[in-house]
Design a protein. Structure first.
Length: 402
């Protein structure tokens, strides 16, 4: 065991994938409860990268790969956004030759390498008894792999896209929706002053929740989402009508980054892909803006409607968490400790129908969570259905088809 004085047991915690507000409160909840129960907590730095790059040598400087967590450390960070443990999109089962750590290059020299055996040895070297990964479906899918390899894993869902299967809520989603509504309302003044269309590109690769909920809350007239390919002429006609009906003569549409034109595919910034095979999305908002401006005279008595085109991007994932993303992570972290105290592992902490619970961790890889178009999205009106919300969960759209 490396540099760690073992107590009752050792719990390791890491954050992977994109940062969101709420990660630090979750780390804080785990750490404080665990320490008071007699456990020691190790913070793995930079997501799975910390476990890939660690050197099993007592003389080595592994400070960039892990740190011992204390109440003082997590209390200071617990009120802030981002993740003080830092993050990465490392996928230990698929490490390109160029990214293999120097001390492992003699052993792993294929073009693509599975470093899972090294990750397991590094966890053993650190004396880790339980591992708590916090992340989206990519990060947690590797957590499933480690569980299948015999590691005791309790997972916490995080992603502002809210698309981890099995749970109605993922850390970061509420702040994302809150910020989207706030920023959209701020941009209204400019859209109204110039009588323009306001086109806002928001996150959402495969699921349109981050466009649907703000639209449902009244932030936008229309939204286009990955689950339904849209007709650009139809969208233009709807927005022209929305603009005419608005005394301030503007209309707003939220565009998910993964939205697609009829007959088209996703739009990418470039051909580069991350460790999980995802190319970076971006540009659909630009294309929609150009098409709306070009097509608008057809539905506006021959007059062009100019546009304001804004990509909200990282503005919705930076800064401090809102109230829900301060409370839910605290509950999730505490629930993870409840399971560990009972000796239970191989579970995903969830919120289902307004109740905290847990599910088998392999739900992460056994299904997909997307908007139920039939139930929630009006494909003719290109916006959410506003039906009865009786007995619906807080954020309306659940993790299961209805």
């Amino acid at each position: 065991m490396a540099n760690i004085k073992k107590k009752k047991a050792v719990i390791a915690i890491l954050t992977g994938g994109g940062d969101v507000p709420g990660l630090n409160p979750a780390i804080r909840a785990v750490t404080i409860r665990a320490i008071r129960e007699g456990y020691q907590v190790v913070g793995i730095r930079r997501g799975w990268a910390g476990l890939v790059e660690l050197t099993r040598d007592r003389k080595a400087d592994n400070s960039s790969n892990y740190q011992i967590l204390t109440e003082e450390i997590v209390n200071k960070a617990g009120r802030t956004g981002g993740t003080f443990l830092h993050s990465s999109r490392t996928r230990p089962s698929h490490v390109p030759k160029v990214n293999v750590p120097k001390h492992l290059k003699d052993k792993y020299n294929a073009e693509m390498n599975d470093l899972t055996p090294e990750v397991i040895k590094n966890l053993e070297y650190l004396g880790v008894d339980y591992l708590i990964p916090i992340g989206g479906d990519d990060t947690l899918s590797y957590g499933v792999r480690l569980y299948q390899e015999g590691i005791k894993v309790v997972a916490i869902p995080k992603t502002m896209d809210n698309d981890v299967p099995g749970t109605d809520y993922c850390i970061g989603f509420s702040t994302c929706v809150t910020r989207t509504i706030m920023l959209t309302n701020s941009l209204r003044t400019t859209a109204g002053s110039h009588e323009r269309f306001l086109i806002l590109e928001v996150f959402g690769r495969y699921a349109g929740f981050t466009a649907m909920l703000p639209t449902m809350a009244g932030a936008a007239n229309r939204c286009v989402i990955p689950e339904h390919k849209f007709n650009i002429e139809h969208l233009t006609e709807l927005l022209v009508d929305d603009r005419c009906r608005n005394p301030s003569r503007y209309a707003v549409v939220l565009v998910s980054e993964g939205a697609m034109f009829e007959g088209g595919e996703m739009v990418f910034e470039n051909a580069a892909r991350d460790a999980y095979g995802h190319a970076k999305l971006g540009g659909i908002g630009d294309l929609v803006s150009a098409e709306l401006e070009e097509l608008s005279p057809k539905f506006n008595n021959g007059m062009r409607v100019n546009v304001i085109n804004q990509k909200l991007g990282y503005l919705v994932r930076c800064g401090d968490p809102d109230a829900i993303d301060s409370i839910v992570p605290m509950a999730y972290g505490t629930l993870a400790l409840d399971l560990i105290l009972k000796g239970v592992h191989g579970r995903l902490i969830v919120l289902k129908n307004g109740r905290y619970d847990n599910m088998p961790i392999d739900v992460v890889t056994s299904s997909k969570k997307v908007v139920n178009v039939k139930e929630h999205y009006n494909t003719e009106r290109l916006r959410p259905y506003y039906k009865s919300f009786e007995m619906k969960p807080l954020f309306i759209m659940t993790s299961d088809p209805e």
